[in-house]
Structures are given as structure tokens and as C-alpha cells.
Write a protein that binds this ligand. Structure first.
Ligand SMILES: Nc1nc2c(ncn2[C@@H]2O[C@H](COP(=O)(O)OP(=O)(O)O)[C@@H](O)[C@H]2O)c(=O)[nH]1
Ligand SMILES: [Mg+2]
Length: 296
């Protein structure tokens, strides 16, 4: 799946009808906010409910990907020995068709393999990461005290995607101020009765305090989403289909327009001899239509 080869595409075709069952949980936040520690606690919570869980970590500093101190890794290994837990780390680079695609496909595999819950841990910094988490069924956004408090969430553009906000490291000074900052940010928007107003929870991932409430609230969101027929899943399919179409179209262009001709267009634009719009228009006219007409 991560290689984006034909084998991966074929596998998706074969398993797709058996997916859509798992609860996709996105966990995002700046590096060091305690995502991995929290995920570890969530795993315990999920296992206690006798559910199977898969974890995809796309955080380069994650213990799952081997970038952490030994203590963290030992802790994770306890879960790794549990047959009901599958942990996979993914590199943030080198995915043809993008990180979001690779992550979504990996989640499909875990889903088809019988995971009841699939957790995707990612660093909430880039658009790629935000795309990943907003494609999940629920987005949990982590914040911590003493990290530029109110600004951190808004700056990363994650304020819009949070279904639940978690102020982790609640044992530290200033946690309530972060709660206040998030609350005042949320109050800029009005929520009508049928809308989900993201709760702001405090956790202490190192001790596990508050994680039970987080898991309960996640379940409450899941119920709310299914009752209100949230269009999020549909939106996800719209984005994926459009993304795949764009990708496939670009492949078609690459496959039919000789590279030296493409270079000539680039030269023309770079030297200001031509503008990019008219170049694209010309390319569109030149390339043969891809394959046969779609019937009906
Ligand atoms: N004081 C305190 N430290 C925490 C808490 N949660 C995590 N940490 C510590 O914060 C550091 C980063 O945690 P980690 O889970 O690797 O963060 P990630 O980069 O977001 O995955 C580690 O040293 C954790 O032990 C917490 O609730 N309180
Ligand atoms: Mg991590």
C-alpha cells in the first residue's frame, strides 16, 4: 500500500467491500504534546472493551517509528505482543500520490483485517497531516500548556478540524488557560442544537487520567455522527475520488506527452515567452482523450 504499486491498487479492489466497519480515529497535535503516550492509553482503553485496534503512526518522532527514547518503546512493546493490537509506523516522505492516500489505504487494510478501531497518529503541522486527520471519522486535537497557548491550535489550522480538543499534560501549570483559549475560540462560532460542539477535555497521558472520559466522548461523537448522518464520510469519498482522478489524469498526460515537449513548455513559461494558462489550454487540446468513452 505504501509503495503505491499496482499490487496495492489491486489489493484495495479486493478488500474494499469488506471495509467501512472500523471507527477511524485521528489524533493530531504538535510534536511532544503527548500523542503517542495518549494513543498508548487509548489502546488500553479499547482493549479493555475487548475491541481490536490498529494504529498507524505517521509521526517521524513517534516511538512506533523507532525515534523515541527507550522507555517509550518498551511501553509500546507491551501492546505489540497483544494479538488484538497492530501497530504500524509510516514514513512521512516518499509516498507517490501523497501521504494522505497511503494512510487511507493502510487504514483500509487494518479495517478489512478486522480492527474495530483504527487510530491514526500524525503531527498536526502540514496540510498533508490535516488532510489525514480530517479524513478520519473523528479528529482529536491535542494541545499542551506552555506552548504559545492560544496560538498553537489556530496557527496549525487544526481549530477547524477538531471534534474533540484535548489539553494534555494537565498536570502542568496553565492547563486551564489553554482550555479557556480554546473555549473562547470555539465561542466565535454559534452551534445550533443539532450541531456537535467540540468538548474540551483535560488529560494526563502519563498517568492515564482523563483518558476514559476521552474514549467515552469519542463514542458519544460516533453516535451523534451516525444519527445525524454526518456527511463527513461522503465528503471523504468525494475528495478521494477527485484526487485519484487528478492523479490518473496526470499519469495520462505524462504517458502521452513526450517529456522533451513538456520541457519546452516549461522553458516557455520560465522565460516568460508564454503564460501558464495558455500552455495548459494547449496541452489539454493536444493530448488524446484517455481510453474509451464512459458508457451511459
Ligand atoms: N508531564 C506530562 N508529560 C507528558 C504527558 N503526556 C506525555 N508526556 C511526556 O511528553 C513527552 C512527549 O510525549 P510523546 O507521547 O512522545 O509525544 P508526541 O510527540 O506527541 O507523540 C514524553 O516525555 C512524555 O512522557 C502528561 O500528561 N504530562
Ligand atoms: Mg508521537
Amino acid at each position: 500500500m505504501e509503495d503505491d504499486g499496482d499490487a496495492g491498487r489491486e489489493l484495495v479492489s479486493r478488500i474494499y467491500t469488506q471495509t467501512g466497519r472500523a471507527f477511524l480515529v485521528g489524533v493530531t497535535g504538535a510534536p511532544g504534546t503527548g500523542k503517542s503516550t495518549l494513543v498508548d492509553r487509548l489502546i488500553a482503553e479499547i482493549r479493555e472493551a475487548e475491541l481490536k485496534v490498529g494504529v498507524i503512526a505517521v509521526d517521524p518522532t513517534s516511538p512506533f517509528s523507532g525515534g523515541a527514547v527507550l522507555g517509550d518503546r518498551v511501553r509500546m512493546n507491551a501492546h505489540a505482543a497483544d494479538a488484538g493490537v497492530f501497530i504500524r509506523s509510516m514514513a512521512t516522505r516518499g509516498h507517490l500520490g501523497g501521504l494522505a492516500r497511503a494512510t487511507a489505504d493502510a487504514a483500509l487494510v487494518l479495517d478489512a483485517a478486522g480492527s474495530d478501531v483504527v487510530i491514526i497518529e500524525t503531527v498536526g503541522v502540514g496540510q498533508d497531516e490535516v488532510d489525514i486527520v480530517s479524513a478520519a471519522d473523528i479528529s482529536i486535537v491535542l494541545l499542551v500548556p506552555g506552548a504559545g497557548d492560544d496560538l498553537q491550535a489556530i496557527k496549525a489550522g487544526v481549530m477547524e478540524i477538531g471534534d474533540i480538543f484535548v489539553v494534555n499534560k494537565a498536570d502542568r501549570e496553565g492547563a486551564d488557560r489553554v482550555v479557556q483559549a480554546v473555549a473562547s475560540n470555539l465561542s466565535l462560532k454559534t452551534y445550533d442544537a443539532s450541531e456537535w460542539k467540540p468538548p474540551i477535555l483535560k488529560t494526563e497521558a502519563t498517568t492515564g487520567a482523563g483518558v476514559d472520559v476521552l474514549w467515552k466522548e469519542s463514542g458519544r461523537f460516533r453516535e451523534w455522527a451516525s444519527e445525524h448522518r454526518q456527511s463527513r464520510r461522503r465528503q471523504r469519498h468525494v475528495s478521494r475520488l477527485r484526487e485519484l482522478l487528478a492523479l490518473s489524469f496526470l499519469r495520462h498526460v505524462d504517458g502521452t506527452l513526450p517529456p522533451e515537449e513538456f520541457d519546452r513548455y516549461i522553458e516557455a513559461v520560465a522565460s516568460r515567452a508564454r503564460d501558464p494558462y495558455s500552455v495548459v489550454e494547449e496541452i489539454m487540446k493536444r493530448i488524446p482523450s484517455p481510453g474509451s468513452r464512459i458508457p451511459g
